[in-house]
Write a protein that binds this ligand. Sequence first.
Ligand code: C2E
Ligand code: CA
Ligand code: CA
Length: 403
Amino acid sequence: MSVFEDKISNPMIEKLCIVLLNIDDFKNVNEMYDRDFGDNIIKTLAQSIQSILPDNAELYKLDGDEMGILVDNVEENEILTLYDQIQNMIIHLQLWRKYGLNITISAGCVIYPKHGDTVKELYKCASYSLQYAKEHGKNRLVFFSQEILKNKMYSLEMMRDLKASINDDFRGFSLRFQPQVDTQSHKMIGVEVLLRWTNDKYKAISPLEFIPILEENDMINIVGAWVLRMALRTFRKWIDNYPFFKVSVNVSAVQILEDTFIKDIVKIIDDENFPYQNLVLELTESHTVQNLSILQSKFKALQDLGIYIAMDDFGTGYANLCYLNELDLDVIKIDKTFIKAIKEAEQHIPMLESITHLSGLLGLRTVAEGVENDYQQQWLGKNNVDYLQGYQFLPPVTFNDFI
Ligand code: C2E
Ligand code: CA
Ligand code: CA
C-alpha cells in the first residue's frame, strides 16, 4: 500500500481511516453459482461503491472479495454514515434481486494515527475488526478497539493450545455421554456424544467456545474424526447387547462439506466394525450453508449406507423450515429454547405444537433436548415427541458414570 505511505507523508492529511470490506458468506455464492458469477458480483459491488464515495475517499480492490476504502481527514460518524449508504445501496442493487441473493457486507475500521502508524499494523487491526464483525452477526461495521485486540489474542492463544493438544495425541480432549430416553416407555434408546476439552490454563471451557475455533482453523475435521472413532469404539460392545441402541455424534457443516467426508466416515465406521444403522449424525452449526443441494446429496449417500441424519437445534436461526423442504432428514432435535417455554401456567405453546405436528406429518422422529422437569416431560409425552434428553434424566457424564 504505497498509496498509504504517500498519504501519511502528505502534511494535508492528519487523520486517515482504513475501512476493510468483505462480502458475507461469499464462499456460498461461489459454491452456488460459479467463480465467474462471483467475480461479476465483486465487480458490480466495487463499481457501485465507487459511485457513491465522497471526494475524500478512494476504493481499492484487495485479495479475493476484500476491498479497502481509504478516507482522508474524516470523523467516525462520517464513516458510519458512509457504511449505511453502502448497505442501502446493496439492498437496492438489481443484480442480486434477480437471482434471489441476499448479499450483505461486513466492515472493519481503523484510524491513523489513533490505532497505529504503520500500514502493516493498521491492516492487521482492521482485519481483526472485520473478523469481529463477522463473528458478531455480520452485516455490520466495527471500529478497532482494545477489546477486539484482547479478544483476538485470547482466541489465537486458544488456537495454539488446541493445536498442541491435537498434536499431543488429543491430550485434554474427552467425551461425555448423555442418554436419550423413549418418551412413553422411559427406556434409554440412545446416547448423544459430547466433546470436552480441558487445559490447565482455561477453566471448564465450553464446546460452544472452542468448536468455532476448531472450525475456523481447519482443525474440526481431525477432531471430528477422533470424536467419531472414540464414540464408536466406546459403544461397539454395548451394541451387541442392545441392538436397537443409537449413538448420536455431532458433526458441523464444515466437516460435511469437506470433499472426503463420506470416505473418511466410512473408513472409521468400518475400522471400528460398527453397524451403520446404529449411528446418527447430528448436523450442527449449519447456518453458513446456503447450498442445501450439496448437503442433500451427502445425506442421501449416508442414508443409503443406513446412517440416520438428525437436524440439531431445530427451530433456531437457520435450522428451520427451509431444511425440511430441501433435505431428507430422519430426526429433528427440538432446540432447548422451545422446551424452556413449557411452563406450568401455559397449556399451549403454539411454536412447539407446530413443530411436533409438522414432524408427525413428515414422518420424522423428534427428540426434545434440555428437558429439565416433570412438567416438561409430561407435556412432551402428551404432544407426541418421541424421545427426550436433558438434566431431568442425566447430564452429560463419563462412560463409567453412564454405565
Ligand atoms: P448441542 O448439540 O445442542 O448439545 C446439547 C447441549 O445441551 C450440550 O451442551 C448439553 O450439555 C446441554 N444440555 C443437555 N441437557 C441439558 C438440559 O437439561 N438443560 C440445559 N440447559 N442444557 C442441557 P454442551 O455439551 O456444552 O455442547 C454445546 C454444543 O457444542 C453442542 O450443542 C454442539 O453444538 C457442540 N458440540 C459438542 N460436542 C461436539 C462435537 O463433538 N462436534 C461438534 N461439531 N460439535 C459439538
Ligand atoms: Ca447435538
Ligand atoms: Ca442442540
